[in-house]
Write a protein that binds this ligand. Structure first.
Ligand code: FES
Ligand code: FES
Length: 153
């Protein structure tokens, strides 16, 4: 069975086991490396991508369940919100090892698409399922706030 989907506007075909997690296909077949394997159990958020504009933890969804368009951080230059987040994260020096950041930026994009000016509390709630072992949470929140201010100025 061939599974086809669109990743960052590029068509991808996958001919392997349909129960293969989307994350493995992105990393091994589509050369998409922004989504990371953290826990593999839907607990850390490192593997978050957008499927039809909704956040999906790609370690925990089988290829067979994917229908529609996938967006990852690799597309940031073509995406106004991801570009703003990228600039804001750099400005606030919000990245240490970076392992968590792709998932966090995908979550932040999803938040800002729904709520242009979230409060710090709303940002914290949105990031609830994302672990950062480096502890840059304060700067991450500042970066998301900065991106939101820039986008809604
Ligand atoms: S690797 Fe998917 S949630 Fe942790
Ligand atoms: S920056 Fe290292 S895990 Fe978040």
């Amino acid at each position: 069975m061939t599974i086809e989907f669109i990743v960052n506007d590029q068509p991808i075909k996958f001919d392997g086991d349909p129960s293969t997690p989307l994350l493995y296909i992105l990393r091994n077949d589509a050369q998409i490396n922004s989504a990371k394997y953290g826990c593999g159990a839907g607990q850390c958020g490192a593997c978050a991508v957008l499927v039809n504009d909704r956040v999906v933890l790609s370690c925990s969804v089988p290829a067979s369940s994917i229908k529609g368009k996938i967006k990852t951080l690799e597309s940031y230059e073509q995406d106004r919100v991801l570009s703003a987040l990228n600039q804001a994260f750099i400005h606030e020096q919000a990245v240490q090892c970076g392992y968590c950041i792709s998932g966090i930026m995908i979550r932040a994009k999803s938040l800002l698409e729904l709520n242009k000016r979230p409060s710090d509390q709303q940002i914290k709630e949105a990031l609830n399922g994302h672990l950062c072992r480096c502890g840059t949470h304060t700067r991450i929140i500042k970066a998301i706030r900065r991106a939101s201010e820039g986008l809604s100025a």
